[in-house]
Design a protein around this ligand. Structure first.
Ligand SMILES: Nc1nc2c(ncn2[C@@H]2O[C@H](COP(=O)(O)OP(=O)(O)OP(=O)(O)O)[C@@H](O)[C@H]2O)c(=O)[nH]1
Length: 335
């Protein structure tokens, strides 16, 4: 009997659209389905990997590099071979928010690993940032048509979701569009959504792959600067002022913030997407340094200026900071 192949589903979507949130939802509602994940954080702080760890049957993390730009497919093949060897039912690749989905699909289709098969492309679209993302990345239209399933996420953040859903459905053509919030889709959808990939994507030659690699300049991430900042405790008021004054081009920030203020010594996970800011309290992982580690992604920003601004938020004596100073940042906590 032929060995069963493990489907590999790619979850793509522009920066901050909710890929990790969807992945976490799938992992916590897997109903016995054994899921392996490949996480592709863009930036050297492993934020996404940290947030799915502990829930997953098998995880491999590709840090500080974009999967779609891997010059050869050997790295991905080695990862897929490892996952195919584990006892799994499904592999999910969470692409970085800057990855080019077409290249990722091609890479999976080109994989020499016999234990896996291409399982489809899920494209996350941020309903709240839809207009901004589309203006910045006209290729969004192409991505939704290429996908096997479009998840129109963050519908809780838009006033007229029905109108937007209708618009995206028109744009997506044959691709089904599923409106949702917090990535809460039925996990079953990932198993049977696969349709035959676009012949243009399926037909592969070495030239195609080489051309893909030559296309780097057109990839979304070539238009962005990514910067990783490590700092000590931050003064909450100074950091709140930084958040309020951040430049419009600083499209995405994520990572850990440490305030160290009495009563607030937990880890704070920061996410900003466009003008949206969210902080969550979290536990420190065993052995994790009490420090701030952030990835900043933006276009037309001054990376070194931003680094200096964040460094200026550092507070050498957080024990002495009064609790009232936390108020400007606590308003970003989810109520
Ligand atoms: N209000 C609201 N917030 C959401 C929803 N989905 C995700 N978020 C928040 O949006 C932020 C970004 O979500 P992530 O899941 O990290 O997005 P991502 O696509 O993995 O981000 P990158 O990997 O950086 O591209 C987080 O603060 C999430 O809690 C949603 O449906 N509604």
């Amino acid at each position: 009997m032929a060995k069963r192949r493990i489907p590999v589903v790619i979850v793509a979507g522009f920066l901050g659209s909710g890929k990790t949130t969807l992945l976490n939802h799938l992992l916590s509602n897997s109903r016995g389905v054994r899921i392996g994940v490949v996480v592709n954080d863009f930036g050297s702080v492993n934020v996404d990997a940290l947030s799915v760890a502990g829930q997953v049957d098998s995880m491999l993390s590709l840090q500080n590099g974009c999967l779609c730009c891997a010059v050869d497919t050997a790295g991905l093949d080695a990862m897929l071979a490892k996952l195919a060897g584990a006892d799994l039912d499904l592999v999910v690749i969470e692409a970085s928010g800057l990855a080019e989905p077409r290249s990722l699909v091609r890479m999976v289709l080109a994989s020499a690993e016999e234990g896996i098969e291409y399982g489809g492309l899920v494209e996350l679209v941020d309903a709240a940032e839809f207009e901004t993302t589309r203006a910045r990345h006209p290729e969004l239209d192409d991505h939704v048509r290429l996908a096997d399933l479009v998840v129109l996420n963050k519908t809780d953040r838009v006033a007229d979701a029905d109108r937007l859903v209708a618009f995206v459905r028109e744009l997506a053509g044959a691709t089904p569009v599923l409106p949702t919030a917090h990535g809460r889709i039925d996990p079953e959808l990932l198993f049977d959504r696969v349709r035959d990939p676009d012949p243009v994507v399926r037909q592969l030659s070495f030239d195609d792959l080489r051309d893909d690699c030559g296309d780097h300049d057109q990839h979304a991430h070539s238009a962005y600067d990514t910067l990783t900042v490590t700092a000590g405790a931050l003064h909450p008021r100074r950091f709140a002022a930084f958040l309020e004054g951040r430049p419009g081009g600083l499209y995405r920030m994520k990572g850990t913030v440490y305030f160290g203020v009495p009563g607030h010594r937990q880890r704070f996970v920061l996410h900003t997407v466009g003008a949206y800011t969210r902080l969550e309290r979290a536990r420190w992982e065993a052995g994790q340094d009490r420090c701030t580690e952030l990835v900043l992604i933006g276009a037309g920003i001054d990376p070194e200026g931003l680094r200096a601004e964040l460094k200026a938020c550092e507070e050498p004596e957080p024990d002495q900071v009064d609790e009232q100073s936390m108020l400007p940042v606590l308003r970003y906590l989810e109520s």
